[in-house]
Design a protein around this ligand. Structure first.
Ligand code: ADP
Ligand code: MG
Length: 612
């Protein structure tokens, strides 16, 4: 084929491929334009999830009538004029691509009136073709109307999802914008009905936090504010006890722009490392302010990403700031723990991430120490004959220890038929491990992990057979949730019922819970339901039901499992060991960690260089 210059409309449609993925991206670009124009109130009218109509009206500075065609021309912008401007850009937009791209794939109109103008003017664009500029009665500000998105690009239209899904993507974007600009009023209507209103909130940004992420987050959030080395980090991070099953409440802004950044996400993760159970996700809303010259915002067409000049510095700054903030809560918890061990589950971190067995690093662990039950002779011998303590040097111990933790563990075969494979419990160590003696040596069981695995297998077979029984609650309870969680609960009522939950929506941000899965009636149902809703929202429509079900059941099992630091009696420990022996795959917990390890007497002898 001959080489030819592509027509403008086609160029714009190609660009639209990057900038306009779905209605939510249109809303994002248009609301950002309104904010750049200084708007303090933005009205967003949607029809059919934004597919049929997106109309955004703002009270910002407006556009001169003669500049309307320029606004929809490619690479035309009022926000930068030179490379220097680009490097110091403080507006959300700067590429001059959004309006022409959107106009090339929709039936589009742009109307505007500046404060001094006598009346407004409108320009229509149909599939990229400009119409006449005509006068229009309107209040100062700008209105952009986008009808029938992708009407002329069937391939893209096919990728649009159901109305509700597209709407929830829009709502997610608005939530993120709303968090960044509590001073701006946002009103949303869907199919002619008002659906959301973020009131302007100048004095107390935490009101906006309530409106967007729900009361529960707001109540359990630590306020962060720290500046150093020309960087400033402020916002909120959730206490470890409010951890989530997924990364769905992680909002990061760099100079007011919502971005995803692996480097910063990693710094946050590191800061939470000691206090969050493996697999759990922290929740946060963080704003990083940095000299625009030290960050490049022009690395992604939809501006989702940025590049820092000094990645290391930013990483360390975020890490240290958050670690310090979290350390304060931890210091409080440790002080409390040494006062009264029985209450420990109450403190942030001790109950960290529902079902977390090890919120603290071992050095900060339980002041309980070893609890010895009816120590049998061999066990006593282990200590009395232990001899030279230098044998505990790590290089002597580690090879055997790791060799004993192969990923596919088989139950040990016992040389003495009267002793069960996992042996008999002799003690509990630091509220975490069960020590048991079997015919060959020592068995160490991670009691939370083991219990979790057993619970999971039980739940699975119960679910396979008949569906889970649900147990009515004597006193139904109300659960405060974020609005989109309430929506998931409403939409997925049947799935929840199959899992044993009877949940109805009792308000925009609350659910009423009447029954819970019988097998888990003893577990803390609130956190469980919250995680189940998150799982459902994340996987509800993309993952196969069975896989999602296993994940749900695994989440549920984790809640049902015995918590760390619960003292078990010797008979309780033995009961757990016996259950492990009959449960499928009990060698691993649901998170893929091993549930037990074995140390044969021969191995232990080697630690102490016996028999050489
Ligand atoms: P960019 O935002 O990158 O400049 P856009 O295509 O989004 O590019 O917008 C082009 C131009 O149209 C903007 O630079 C701005 O001057 C003008 N404009 C767009 N939306 C508005 C609005 N809501 N209010 C005032 N001016 C606007
Ligand atoms: Mg723009």
């Amino acid at each position: 084929m001959q080489i030819r210059q592509l027509p403008d409309t086609l160029i714009n449609q190609i660009a639209a491929g990057e900038v306009v993925e779905r209605p939510a991206s249109v809303v994002k670009e248009l609301v950002e334009n309104a904010l750049d124009a200084g708007a303090l109130r933005i009205d967003i009218d949607l029809e059919e999830g934004g597919i049929r109509l997106i109309r955004i009206r703002d009270d910002g500075g407006g556009i001169a009538p003669e500049e309307l065609p320029l606004a929809v021309a490619r690479h035309a912008t009022s926000k930068i004029a030179s490379l220097d401007d680009l490097e110091a850009v403080a507006t959300l937009g700067f590429r001059g691509e959004a309006l022409p791209s959107i106009a090339s794939v929709s039936r589009f109109s742009l109307s505007s009136r500046r404060a001094g103008d006598e009346h407004g003017s409108t320009l229509r664009v149909e599939g990229g073709k400009l119409g006449e500029i005509t006068p229009k009665a309107q209040a100062p500000g700008t209105t952009v109307e986008v009808r029938e998105l992708f009407y002329n690009v069937p391939a893209r239209r096919k990728f649009l999802r159901a109305e509700r899904t597209e709407l929830s993507h829009i709502e997610e974007w608005l939530r993120s914008l709303a968090l960044a600009r509590p001073d701006v009023e946002l009103r949303v209507s869907h199919n002619g009905r008002p659906s959301r209103r973020y009131k302007p909130d100048l004095l107390d940004a935490s009101l906006r936090l309530n409106e967007t992420l729900g009361e529960d987050f707001a109540r359990q959030a630590l306020c962060v504010e720290h500046a150093a080395a020309g960087l400033r980090l402020h916002g909120w991070i959730a206490l470890p006890s409010y951890s989530r099953a997924s990364a769905d409440q992680q909002y990061l802004y760099v100079n007011g722009r919502a971005v995803r950044d692996r480097n910063i996400a990693h710094a946050v993760k590191m800061a939470y490392q000691d206090v969050l159970f493996h697999g759990r996700q922290p929740a946060y809303v963080l704003f990083l302010e940095i000299d625009p010259l030290r960050v490049d915002v022009n690395v992604h067409p939809a501006k989702h990403e940025v590049r820092f000049r000094d990645t290391r510095l930013v990483h360390d700054f975020v890490y240290r700031t958050l670690q310090d903030a979290l350390a304060e809560t931890r210091a409080g918890a440790i002080a409390a723990a040494t006062q009264g061990a029985a209450d420990r589950a109450q403190y942030p971190g001790a109950a960290a991430g529902f079902g977390s067995p090890r919120p603290w690093s071992p050095t900060q662990q339980s002041p309980l120490g070893l609890s010895v039950g009816e120590a049998p002779a061999a066990y006593a011998a282990l200590y009395s004959q232990s001899g030279a303590s230098q044998a505990f040097s790590p290089d002597v111990v580690s090879p055997q220890v790791f060799a004993s933790q192969s990923p596919e563990q088989r139950l040990p075969t016992s040389s003495d038929a009267s002793i069960p494979p996992l042996g008999y419990a002799i003690a509990q160590l630091h509220g975490i491990y069960i020590l048991a003696e079997n015919a060959d040596g020592l068995i160490v069981v991670d009691m939370h992990a083991a219990h979790e695995r057993i619970g999971y297998e039980k739940l699975k077979s119960a679910h396979d057979g008949i569906g889970l029984h649900s147990q009515p609650l004597l006193v139904p309870f109300n659960l405060a949730v974020a609005e989109r969680e309430a929506e998931v609960a409403e939409r997925e009522a049947e799935t929840l019922a199959a899992l044993g939950f009877d949940v109805t929506r009792s308000g925009p941000q609350s659910l009423s819970v009447r029954s819970v899965p019988a097998l888990l009636a003893q577990a803390e149902p609130e956190g469980l339901l919250r995680d189940v809703l998150t799982d459902l929202r994340e996987h509800g429509e993309t993952r196969r039901i069975a896989a999602a079900r296993d994940e749900l059941l695994s989440t549920m099992a984790c809640h049902g499992a015995v918590r760390a630091n619960r003292r078990l009696t010797i008979p309780e420990m033995n009961a757990l060991l016996r259950e492990m022996e009959i449960t499928e795959r009990s060698g691993q917990c649901n998170h893929g960690r091993p549930t037990w390890a074995r140390f044969s007497l021969a191995e232990i002898d080697r630690w102490f260089m016996r028999g050489r």
